[in-house]
Design a protein around this ligand. Sequence first.
Ligand code: ADP
Ligand code: MG
Length: 421
Amino acid sequence: MSISKNDLHAALKKYFGFSKFKGLQESVIESILAGQHTFVIMPTGGGKSLCYQLPALMQEGTAIVVSPLIALMKNQVDAIRGVSKENGVAHVLNSSLNKTEIKQVKEDIVNGVTKLLYVAPESLTKEENVEFLRSVKISFLAIDEAHCISEWGHDFRPEYRNLRHIIKRIGDNIPIIGLTATATPKVQEDIIKNLGIGNAKTFKASFNRPNLYYEVRPKTKNVDVDIIRFIKKNEGKSGIVYCLSRKRVEELAQVLQVNGVNAVPYHAGLDAKTRSSHQDKFLMEDVDVVVATIAFGMGIDKPDVRFVIHHDIPKSIESYYQETGRAGRDGGEGHCLAYYAYKDIEKLEKFMSGKPVAEQEIGQALLQEVVAFAETSISRRKFILHYFGEEFDNETGEGGDMDDNVRHPKKQVEAKDNVKL
Ligand code: ADP
Ligand code: MG
């Protein structure tokens, strides 16, 4: 298919109203349009969806998009329908559809109207769906959140493991596009191996967030006072405080309120109405601070979050990166402050003790990296980026002085280490 750069920009404008591609989008789309297996690694918010949506809209046939969350699929389908005005251009195929709806979806696909078909991996496994998809023209198959394939990812889904075989049955030469925001080399290897796309053209964006300042403080009994002090210094700014347990979330939210901080709790134990009301208050800036478990944040796009505090250290560097990544989306200041005590690592270990051995081993390895990060005296940014397989030079790289270890270097040799000499 020969499509010029002008055509690509025209299509970008026509379908999405954007006049420029973001980061690596254009090269990714060229690779997909060339019919190659393609692997895309971009941080959250990098614009991965458009990488497969645009070529799907431009090509003949239907692109199958595998995505783990029904809510995410629905959002995307609504967004695509909005840009095209043709309702059938995007569909979700899942078990909630009735017979009439399924018939409509199939008709739209057969008639070449449907450019994007979103499916959960469970639905793709169904024999009748495989049989149907074998019989129609498929442009390519995109696997969003492809890290779900890997046990080393933070969101392993066993159903993702079968995708390769199913794709093979749907068609022999279907180009496969994997997309993820998980940048660890281990997860990437797993994805490529599992999908059998060793020859994929790989695009990896930088994971550096130059406007974020990273800081780790030792966690003492006075951690709450320290947090209050920090928030007071940043009065009026939006921030998130992550805690490990629901109980701690409730307690800390209360402590903050008593101390005059406009804060609300958020965790999965609250009823849906309270949760969405607290989330809305935060988005509308009726409150400054959300104290939350990791249940808070998925898909929340508040551009001016000015700080993210980890009252408890997270269970992996990836979680830390994802959670701190919610600060400074607008490119402005974002202070990431984590409290660390080894005792908390032991707590996280205890949480894992009921799990299968293989899972525990992986969990342990991920935790060791967290310990190394918290205890390191090298640049936090350098550490994180190295963890994601990226070399970073603090002298020349953007944001090179934006962490505690660079601003306030620890003494290399502490007095007590010399005693034995
Ligand atoms: P990801 O899946 O990588 O986390 P999304 O696909 O959800 O990211 O995109 C993040 C945001 O970036 C969306 O609001 C999207 O509309 C926007 N976006 C994507 N591409 C462009 C572009 N070329 N120009 C401007 N905004 C874009
Ligand atoms: Mg996405």
